[in-house]
Design a protein around this ligand. Structure first.
Ligand SMILES: Nc1ncnc2c1ncn2[C@@H]1O[C@H](COP(=O)(O)OP(=O)(O)OP(=O)(O)O)[C@@H](O)[C@H]1O
Length: 285
């Protein structure tokens, strides 16, 4: 079942000369993990806002094309239905917080869904365990570290149990340790949840490891949409789109340039094995 289907999506912000999204078409099966990468101003956030239905609802501009969520066009869904289907986490968690404690922050969205007190407590329990924030429940969100804040922001969205979650650069405002923390939460979510996950991320190396598919946007257009293990096959095209190819992947590519197996490795273990094979080949040839 397709969780997302985007058909010829075009968007121009009012007052802007150029199109922010140009003829975007792709689809994503349910429970898959999609990484969206691209240089600055590529249209990544704009695409996320459109998927979440915030464009055109909260922005003025010209929209063409169609987005379907589990076979239903986004335009036919009410704000409440959209919130139940798709959750969104932004780069700046502070922008999301309204309550005086982490517990209230998470419960707030659940109360808006009209859930019973028992259900709210069950979900609070489940999500605090999953995201490792149990000891933070009584604290004010503004008192937390950047990484803790982002975990709470993700927990608040997960607690609503959306079918699809979109995270827009969830690690961009974090220190390296907190970034690792959030990436490990993303890995847990992928492993443990039946959920379709879309993550916009600048760290292509980290996101490639987690993604089933990767979509590369540049200047509002799709430059590449590929299974993660095939994404780096076209290193030159990726670099030409303004993406820095990770050194380890470039090195692996150069070492394997005349290899009989052209498939590019993405996962660290595969890269290690590939380099081992190439070194052995070099020694014996
Ligand atoms: N509210 C807005 N009004 C007008 N133009 C906008 C608005 N938001 C974004 N844009 C323009 O749309 C284009 C795409 O921007 P967008 O923020 O979607 O890119 P991005 O890939 O998310 O960039 P970044 O990685 O820098 O966050 C850019 O040219 C940007 O200037």
């Amino acid at each position: 079942m397709k969780a997302l289907e985007v058909k010829h999506l075009c968007w121009k912000y009012s007052g802007s000369e150029s199109m922010a999204l140009r003829d975007i078409s792709f689809s994503l099966e349910a429970n898959r993990f999609l990484g969206i990468v691209g240089p600055n101003e590529a249209g990544k956030t704009t695409l996320a806002l459109a998927l979440r239905g915030l464009i055109p609802e909260h922005f003025s501009g010209v929209l063409q094309g169609e987005i379907e969520i589990f076979g239903t066009t986004v335009r036919s869904l009410s704000s409440l239905e959209l919130a139940q289907h798709i959750g969104m986490v932004f780069a700046d968690p502070d922008a999301q917080f309204t309550a005086m404690s982490v517990e209230e922050e998470i419960a707030f969205g659940l109360e808006n869904l009209g859930l019973s007190v028992e259900e709210i407590n069950e979900r609070l329990d489940w999500v605090s365990e999953l995201t490792g924030i149990r000891e933070l429940l009584g604290k004010p969100p503004y008192d937390l570290s950047g990484g803790q804040k982002q975990r709470v922001a993700i927990a608040a969205v997960l607690a609503m149990k959306p079918k699809i979650i979109i995270l827009d650069e969830p690690t961009s405002m974090l220190d390296p340790h907190s970034k690792d923390n959030v990436f490990s939460l993303l890995a847990t979510m992928k492993k443990e949840l039946q959920m379709t996950i879309v993550v916009i991320e600048h760290n292509i190396e980290k996101i490639a490891e987690l993604s089933d598919e990767i979509l590369l946007l540049a200047e509002g257009s799709i430059r590449r949409w590929e299974k993660a293990e095939r994404f780096f096959d076209d290193l030159h095209g990726i670099a030409a789109s303004g993406i820095r190819v990770p050194d380890i992947i470039r090195f692996s590519y150069l070492a394997a340039a005349d290899s009989p197996q052209p498939k590019m490795p993405v996962y660290f273990e595969d890269i290690r094995d590939r380099l081992g094979q190439e070194l052995k080949r070099g020694r014996t040839s």
